[in-house]
Design a binder for this molecule. Structure first.
Ligand code: ZN
Ligand code: ZN
Length: 395
């Protein structure tokens, strides 16, 4: 390590990654063998590339700064680096492009294939809560590119076939030499005659205009697994868009959207609902018939339980919660089900007639809830707070 790497690149010792990158790019434009084949220039280009390799890597740079030899470690196959890169490769590394002409992937290495993988497609599917919970099968209309049946994806009219491009001799790219202030720059560009394919379809298929695929609306059957929720995506492999040139199809993703349910509000695997009771029923206790989510899907003579009897204890308070364990939504992955959480809401009677009013006054008097001067014997604010906490607060 005789040279000072910072000097070689022409940057200061505190240069940041961006400055180092810029310096190397500037030097590569002058020194690359494609631009300047002079042997001494090539030697310099190797040194510059070496310096860049070290200084652009924070770990190697730290070692170098500490006086170590960053080339002594793993690798070893470093000598001559840079000579193996084409000018376009280096420019691509900085600009992220695919060469000046664009199109050919990977900076132009032989003809690009006509056949490419198709794109994935996404479609939304509305499902009712029971279907999402227990799984369902739905028909889905999709509109995607499918393989052209006339040419089977080749793009050539039946009886004809692609011929080698005469312009590029089948290589798919042509060499462009350009004079500039940097000297002569040679670049590979996708062949304009065959658009980089290396072959030409003299007689394109009429059905697909040579694309190898046509748009089609078809009906698919989707199996929705039990336990899906809004936002879950069901993947249908190979049901997306067929690729250009009849390439393999992408995947179709069906994004589930679960409809609202009249009774249950879903929270993960749990189902929440509210049962409203008259004041008297809450006081005396009662039994409520609660239809389960199964009621939405079970047919009449199936053995599946669709209703449960909920015992409401005498003296149940508004806001009290009853939990029916394992009656909620099945887990999408794994086993078991969530719970049904029932919240009791006690209704205060309204529109009382004279007799009902008398009865309630009598009840209040019996329970000594009202003093003779009409003052209600209520809770103190503190005990009311305690009761609220018991009903709604954290457990
Ligand atoms: Zn066709
Ligand atoms: Zn060509």
């Amino acid at each position: 390590m005789s040279q000072d790497l910072y000097n070689t690149l022409g940057v200061s010792r505190d240069a940041d990654g961006d400055a180092i990158k810029k310096a190397y790019r500037r030097l590569a434009r002058q020194l690359h063998p494609d631009v300047n084949p002079d042997p001494s220039t090539q030697e310099r280009f190797k040194d510059v590339t070496r310096a860049y390799e070290v200084l652009s890597d924070p770990e190697k740079r730290r070692m170098y700064d500490l006086g170590g030899d960053p080339f002594s470690g793993a690798g070893g196959g470093f000598a001559g680096a840079g000579a193996g890169f084409s000018f376009t490769d280096i420019m691509d590394a900085f600009f992220g492009g695919a060469g000046a002409g664009g199109g050919a992937a990977g900076g132009g290495r032989g003809p690009r294939p006509r056949m490419r993988r198709g794109q994935d497609a996404l479609i939304r599917l509305d499902v009712d809560l029971a279907g999402a919970a227990f799984g369902a099968t739905r028909e889905l209309k999709v509109d995607t590119a499918v393989l052209c049946a006339v040419c089977s994806g080749s793009g050539a009219a039946p009886g004809s076939s692609p011929v080698t491009c005469e312009t590029c001799g089948g290589r798919g790219e042509t060499v462009h030499a350009q004079r500039s202030f940097l000297g002569e720059i040679r670049t590979m560009r996708p062949c304009a005659a065959c658009r980089g394919f290396g072959s030409i379809i003299p007689e394109p298929c009429r059905e697909c205009s040579g694309d190898g695929r046509v748009r089609s609306r078809r009906t698919l059957t989707v199996k929705i697994p039990a336990g899906v929720d809004t936002g879950t995506r069901v993947q249908l492999t190979g049901q997306g868009e067929v690729g250009a040139g009849g390439g393999p199809a992408g995947d179709l993703y069906v994004e589930i959207h679960v409809d609202e349910h009249p009774t249950f509000l879903r929270n993960g695997a749990d189902l929440h609902c509210v049962v409203t009771l008259p004041m008297t029923a809450a006081a005396l206790g009662t039994t409520v018939h609660l239809p389960l989510l199964e009621a939405d899907v079970a047919d009449e003579d199936s053995a599946v339980e669709t209703v449960v009897e909920l015992d409401i204890l005498a003296g149940s308070q508004s806001g009290a919660e009853l939990v029916l364990g394992g009656r909620g939504v099945p887990m999408l992955r794994g086993t078991g089900r969530g719970d049904i959480v029932v919240q009791v809401v006690v209704e205060t009677p309204t529109r009382l007639d004279e007799r009902q009013e008398d009865l309630l006054r009598e009840l209040a008097a019996l329970r000594q809830e009202e003093s003779p001067d009409g003052q209600v014997r209520g809770d103190t604010p503190k005990s009311v707070f305690n009761r609220l906490r018991d009903a709604f607060g954290p457990r």
